[in-house]
Design a protein around this ligand. Structure first.
Ligand code: GLA
Length: 387
C-alpha cells in the first residue's frame, strides 16, 4: 500500500467507525511548498509554490439528521463537531472545526448550495511545519461540501472560500497563495501565481532538478499573531508610500520616499519589493536548470527573510548556511512558508541530493532539535478521488 492508499484506507475506516456506514465520496487537497515569493501574497505580489505529495482527504456522505457533522481523525477519538447548515454558522470551540464551519459559511454566503453531510477528515501534511496543512484542510472541506451539494466550483472559488474561512473563522490574516497552490496546481510544474489578479501559469522544472524540503523540527508558538503583525506592518508601509499595496512600489520609489518611515517598516517593504522581483528570474532558472542562478536567488531570498522581514531563527539560518555551503553552485536553499520555525526548501541538481543529506547530518550532530528531509515532485491540485 502506498502513502495515499494508506491514507484513503484510514479515512474510510474512520468514517465507518464514526457513522456506521460507507462514505458516498472522497475528496483530496494537497499541502504546498513555496519556492519563492514569501510574504508577498498579501501584498498583491507574485508567488511560485508547488503542491506536494502530502494531503488532506475528506470522506463525505448523507446526513439524515440535517446537520453537518465532522470527525477529525487526527485530533483524537472524540474530536467531533456538528452544526446546522440552515442556521447562521459561527466559529466553534475547536480550532480545527473552524475550517469546516468557515468554508460552509462562505459557500452559502457566496450563493452556492450547502447540504447536510457527515464527514471524516484525515491528512498527512505535517502540522505547523509551513507546508500548509490548514489550507489543504480548508480546500478539501470546500471541495467536499460543494461537491456533495452538486456544485463544481473552479479552483479560484474554492481557494477564496478557504482563505475567507481562515481569515474570519481561524483568525489568520493569510493571503491567497496556499489555497491557490492547493486548489490549482498541476503535476510536474510549480505554479506562478499573480496574487492581484489570480492569473496562473505553470512553471515547469527542468528534469535535472529536484526539490528537497528540510524540516527543522522547530515549531514556534504565536505564529498567527506574529504573521498578522507582519501583514499590518506591510499595510502601514504601503500607506506611508501612498500606494494601494507594496506591489505598486518600485525599488526607486522605495528608496526615494524613505524619509519619515520607521526603520523596521522600511525593511519589511524592502523585502517585499525585492522578493517580488525574484519570482520571474527563479521561474526562468527552474525551466533552464541553471543551478548557479538558483543558488544565488534562493540565498538572497533567505537573507531578505531573515534580516529584512525578520521571520527566521538562528538555527534555521545555521542550517541554511550549512546546506548552501555544501551545495555550492549545485543548487540553492532558503526558508519557506511563514517562517518562525518550520521548513527550508532546497532546489538542486538531482545528482547533488546526497550533499544535502550530508549537510543535514552534520547540522544534526550538534543541533538541539534534529532536522529531517523529504523529497517531493510537484503534484496535482485538489480533486475528487474515485471510490
Ligand atoms: C503563510 C500564509 C500565506 C503566505 C505565507 C508567506 O503560509 O498562509 O498566505 O503569506 O505564509 O509567504
Amino acid at each position: 500500500m502506498n502513502r495515499r492508499e494508506a491514507l484513503i484506507a484510514r479515512v474510510i475506516a474512520g468514517y465507518r467507525a464514526a457513522f456506521g456506514e460507507e462514505p458516498a465520496a472522497l475528496y483530496a487537497a494537497p499541502g504546498r511548498v513555496n519556492l519563492i515569493g514569501e510574504h508577498v501574497d498579501y501584498n498583491d505580489g507574485l508567488v511560485l509554490p508547488c503542491a506536494i505529495d502530502r494531503e488532506t482527504i475528506v470522506a463525505i456522505g448523507e446526513n439524515p439528521a440535517g446537520l453537518i457533522e465532522t470527525a477529525a481523525l487526527d485530533m483524537g477519538a472524540d474530536a467531533r463537531d456538528s452544526f446546522d447548515p440552515a442556521a447562521p454558522i459561527v466559529p466553534g470551540e475547536h480550532e480545527w472545526a473552524n475550517h469546516v464551519r468557515g468554508t460552509a459559511h462562505f459557500i452559502r454566503q457566496r450563493g452556492h448550495a450547502l447540504r447536510p453531510a457527515r464527514m471524516a477528515v484525515a491528512g498527512d501534511v505535517p502540522i505547523g511545519a509551513g507546508l500548509s496543512s490548514s489550507a489543504s484542510f480548508g480546500v478539501a472541506s470546500a471541495l467536499a461540501l460543494s461537491g456533495h451539494a452538486g456544485a463544481s466550483l473552479p479552483p479560484e472559488a474554492l481557494a477564496l472560500i478557504a482563505q475567507a474561512a481562515e481569515n474570519d473563522f481561524a483568525g489568520c490574516a493569510c493571503g491567497i497563495m496556499d489555497q491557490m497552490a492547493s486548489a490549482a496546481s498541476a503535476a510536474g510544474s510549480a505554479l506562478l501565481l499573480d496574487c492581484r489578479t489570480l492569473a496562473t501559469r505553470p512553471a515547469p522544472l527542468h528534469p535535472r532538478l529536484a526539490i528537497t524540503v528540510i524540516d527543522s523540527g522547530l515549531r514556534r508558538s504565536l505564529v498567527t499573531s506574529a504573521f498578522n503583525q507582519r501583514r499590518a506592518e506591510c499595510e502601514a508601509a504601503a500607506r506611508h508610500y501612498g500606494v494601494a499595496s507594496l506591489r505598486d512600489l518600485t525599488a526607486e520609489a522605495l528608496a526615494a520616499g524613505r524619509a519619515g518611515l520607521d526603520e523596521a517598516l522600511f525593511l519589511r517593504a524592502r523585502h517585499v519589493v525585492a522578493e517580488i522581483a525574484r519570482v520571474e528570474p527563479l521561474a526562468a532558472a527552474l525551466a533552464s536548470g541553471d543551478t548557479a542562478a538558483l543558488a544565488q536567488i534562493l540565498a538572497e531570498g533567505h537573507r531578505s527573510l531573515a534580516q529584512d522581514f525578520a521571520v527566521s531563527l538562528p538555527a534555521l539560518d545555521a542550517l541554511a548556511a550549512q546546506v548552501q555551503a555544501m551545495l555550492g553552485d549545485a543548487g540553492g536553499v532558503r526558508l519557506t512558508g511563514a517562517g518562525f520555525g518550520g521548513c527550508l526548501v532546497a532546489v538542486s541538481d538531482a545528482a547533488a541530493l546526497s550533499l544535502i543529506d550530508e549537510a543535514v547530518a552534520a547540522y544534526n550532530a550538534s543541533a538541539a532539535v534534529p532536522a529531517s528531509t523529504m523529497r517531493f515532485a510537484p503534484g496535482p491540485g485538489a480533486s475528487r478521488i474515485a471510490l
